[in-house]
Design a protein around this ligand. Structure first.
Ligand SMILES: Cc1cc2nc3c(=O)[nH]c(=O)nc-3n(C[C@H](O)[C@H](O)[C@H](O)COP(=O)(O)OP(=O)(O)OC[C@H]3O[C@@H](n4cnc5c(N)ncnc54)[C@H](O)[C@@H]3O)c2cc1C
Length: 461
């Protein structure tokens, strides 16, 4: 089928104004927050599950690939239309359908921004806990696709722990429900399988989420260090004591510099690292817990630990953390965000090795990450116009993931595999493991039409 016919058929489903195909549109939907690019044939903006189902049935009949897209902020090439085809963008399916405080559930469409729901819940004193730093624009469909994390996921768990069910359009266009509002569901845990499947198995058109009351009290501290390793050691010392803070985030010297130049969060420019530590829960006992954390920081050679005294001071510290990726973007034209996870006890050693990789390739590396989860985000700075640097950055990124895998960790904490890390899957999986995953993909999508070319590397048999 040629493109004009495709556009005509899709226009019948969603209306002419909701099918985009100008050169500018194709360019805009051809990239995401990764380093990859490719062009779709067209973009459709459905308004209901029924429309999504009809689009998918049409694509299935005509063997056209489909890529589901939220805001395109994923960092692994997950929304790159690698084989062209149709991009389904969920910007019109952006309704919060239900907030059920009594049962602590919310139901949303996939195009709702994470922060939009949080703002609505705040009125009731409730919260949806996972908080990707991109929450102003990250959508629930994208969070579902990537099993996204965030600073508060150390204590509360990542997306998969908060998505209880979903309405799903399968690759043949059929609509099913997995999970639901109840706490447990008999049969296979298809919700668990689909969360994090990067749009390769099914497309979520409604999501049932767990919401919880806001904690009674919160305390935010900033521990300042003259050494990255000491900050890393503090992280495992706090957890080893049996304390699980709500967040335990680390920023290194280069990130601090970038943040202070643009956001002025109050991080000291001469520090090698800072830890942003937040505890929450009941008021009773909170001061005692904070004192113990401060002691642990000092035992691990923190040179100072400051506590936010007002909500404004707390917001300022968080603005520094949440704006860190953007701030680092000012240092060089491009950066590659690596996303590897290591056992917390390995943080000091792995951070040293990461910085050695930067020296080896002569590329600056800034670190800002979910230290409590052992989830590293080395940002490798470069200029993509320099072909030599572009080659080196891919090699350096891959080497860092190898270091994580060798340290007993893995190649993604939250950003997914997408296009970027397919070959690195072999750092943690055998060809047999990958073949088992491919069987799952075939069971759902035998024609390989949903986000083809993502997640799974080819296995030589
Ligand atoms: C500055 C910055 C900070 C970030 N911080 C974090 C962080 O703290 N934690 C974190 O985990 N990530 C973070 N990310 C990565 C990214 O924001 C998250 O992965 C986010 O959840 C993606 O949401 P999105 O709407 O942009 O999804 P997209 O990028 O549009 O899509 C992501 C994946 O989900 C699939 N998908 C989209 N919609 C659906 C659907 N309806 N059904 C099924 N699959 C679907 C897509 O096909 C794709 O594979 C950050 C990114 C940036 C740029």
């Amino acid at each position: 089928m040629n493109r004009d016919q495709m556009i005509e058929e899709l226009s019948k489903i969603v209306g002419k104004e909701n099918v985009l195909f100008s050169e500018t549109d194709l360019l805009l939907y051809g990239y995401d927050a990764s380093l990859f690019k490719a062009k779709p044939d067209c973009i459709v903006l459905p308004n209901s599950t029924e429309e999504v189902s009809q689009i998918v049935k049409f694509a299935h009949r005509e063997k056209i690939p489909i890529v589901a897209r939220g805001s395109g902020t994923n960092l692994s090439g997950g929304t790159i239309p690698a084989r062209g085809g149709i991009v389904i963008h969920f910007s019109r399916m952006n309704r919060v359908l239900e907030i059920d405080i009594k049962n602590q559930r919310a139901v949303v469409e996939p195009g709702v921004f994470t922060l939009t729901l949080k703002n609505q819940l705040a009125r009731y004193g409730y919260v949806y806990q996972p908080d990707p730093a991109s929450e102003r624009v990250s959508t629930f469909g994208g969070n579902f696709g990537e099993n996204s994390g965030g600073p508060h996921c150390l204590k509360y768990g990542v997306t998969t722990n908060h998505v209880l069910g979903a309405e799903i359009v399968l690759p043949d266009g059929e609509i099913i429900w997995v999970g639901g509002k109840a706490l447990d569901h008999p049969g296979y845990d298809l919700t668990g399988l689909l969360v994090g499947s990067e749009g390769t198995l099914g497309i979520a058109t409604k999501l049932v989420l767990r919401i919880v009351p806001k904690p009674e009290a919160v305390k935010t501290m900033l521990a300042i260090y003259n050494s990255l390793e000491d900050a890393g050691r503090t992280v495992s010392a706090i957890i080893a004591e049996g304390i699980v803070p709500a967040t335990l985030e680390m920023l290194d010297r280069l990130t601090i510099k970038a943040v202070e130049e643009s956001i002025h969060a109050g991080f000291p420019l001469d520090a090698e690292a800072v830890l942003l530590i937040e505890i929450d829960g009941l008021k009773d006992g909170m001061e005692r817990l904070a004192e113990r954390i401060i002691e642990i920081c000092k035992e691990n050679r923190a040179r100072e630990v400051k506590a936010a005294r007002t909500e404004e001071e707390r917001a300022q510290l968080w603005a520094g953390r949440k704006g860190a990726f953007g701030a680092v973007a000012r240092l060089r034209p491009n950066y590659l965000v690596c996303d590897g996870t290591v056992p917390r006890t390995k943080l000091p050693e792995v951070l040293t090795r990461v910085m050695e990789v930067g020296k080896k390739y002569n590329l600056p590396i800034a670190n800002v990450f979910h230290a409590g989860d052992g989830n590293l985000h080395p940002l490798i700075l470069f200029d993509e116009r320099n072909e030599e640097e572009l080659k080196k950055v891919h090699l350096a990124g891959s080497e860092i993931l190898k270091i994580c895998a060798e340290a007993g960790g893995t190649i993604s904490g939250e950003h997914g595999i997408g296009t970027e890390k397919k070959k690195e899957m072999f750092f943690v999986f055998t060809p047999k493991d990958i073949s088992a995953m491919r069987k799952v993909k075939r069971a759902f999508d035998p024609e390989d039409l949903f986000n083809p070319g993502k997640v799974l590397p080819e296995v030589q048999t």
